[in-house]
Write a protein that binds this ligand. Structure first.
Ligand SMILES: [Fe+2]
Length: 315
């Protein structure tokens, strides 16, 4: 596979797993196209044309130094300069990061809109979800703005290393995997939910190093009620004011990837249980489901930078 084929596969898989459904994602792209057509010539010159085709702007190809057949991929959750140098050392054909960098990081806020639809899926009225998310999306856009986004990209260009990342498509795969699992197994108590997570190899491995599932609000004995998988995909953390609305909408427990203290306190106030599945294992789960497809196509996968590699490819 060439880099663009790997990228296209990631977008396709991300759309298939997206809680909005493929049609929902296509609608977002159509709206962007209409908005683009209305821009002035000057505005069009600055417009990121990829936004018309790629629904996940936090997922990008940053550097194609050599457009060759990819046989060996160095892949990790948090790729920085060290891993790009490492790729050169070990002769990897491509560095595949999970977390965005460059323009992918600068555009992280763009994917957060999907959280509105995820919240609506769990019964939050769309107007409430959009109202709360608008504030938070603008906040994230301001927070990521001052970063020196291009630093690792510049290094990859100097070293002539192929570099890309897959963020929201992988998080969508993890979210769908977890949603399907809790809906099938219907854990009754928080302890049952934790046990269910620990049956997944990525979480089991993380638990051994202290990074596994953790109860942030509630306790083992509490009943889960309706479990909402609202904090696994959609860029980064949403609005801290959402818990009160989720409680009214009938949600009992939120399954999160990670959670800030501000969000935790708000969830506690709303009597929402929070189970934090863990950052590295949740990101790894999503990446693994994608990486398996590369492995099936004969690509060697070398995990690094926090990736707990588990292959589900039948051998
Ligand atoms: Fe992450």
């Amino acid at each position: 596979m060439k880099i663009k084929e790997i990228f296209n596969l990631a977008i396709k898989m991300g759309m298939e797993a997206d809680f909005r459904g493929i049609e929902g994602v296509k609608k977002v792209l159509e709206r962007k196209k209409k908005k683009y057509e209305k821009l002035s010539q000057k505005e069009k010159e600055l417009f990121d044309l990829e936004a018309l085709e790629n629904p996940y702007l936090d997922t990008r190809i940053y550097n194609i130094a050599e457009d060759k057949e990819i046989k060996k991929v160095l892949t990790g959750i948090q790729i920085d300069g060290e891993e790009i140098i490492l790729a050169k050392e070990i002769g990897a054909d491509l560095v595949l990061a999970h977390h965005p960098m460059g323009k992918g990081l600068a555009n992280l806020a763009d994917v957060m809109e999907l959280q509105c639809d995820v919240l609506a899926l769990y019964g939050v009225p769309i107007n409430v979800a959009e109202g709360l998310m608008k504030i938070r999306i603008e906040e994230v856009a301001r927070t990521t703005h001052p970063y020196i986004h291009e630093k690792p990209v510049d290094l990859a260009k100097i070293l002539k290393v192929n570099l890309m990342n897959v963020h929201t498509p992988a998080d969508n795969l993890a979210a769908k995997f977890l949603k399907d699992l809790v809906e099938e197994k219907k854990p009754e108590r928080i302890s049952d939910l934790i046990d269910l997570l620990l049956e997944i190899p990525e979480y089991k491995e993380a638990a051994k190093t202290g990074a596994g599932p953790k109860i942030f609000v509630g306790d083992k004995e509490r009943r889960c009620g309706k479990i909402a998988v609202t904090e696994i995909t959609g860029g980064t953390e949403g609005s801290p004011k959402i818990y009160e609305k989720l409680a009214i909408s009938g949600v009992g427990t939120v399954l999160a990837m990670h959670q800030s203290e501000e969000h935790r306190k708000e969830a506690e106030k709303a009597y929402i249980n929070v189970v934090v599945a863990g950052h590295a294992p949740s990101d790894s789960l999503g990446m693994n489901l994608f990486l398996d497809e590369l492995e099936k196509r004969g690509i060697e996968i070398i995990p690094c930078a926090g990736l707990i590699r588990v292959s589900r490819v039948k051998k």
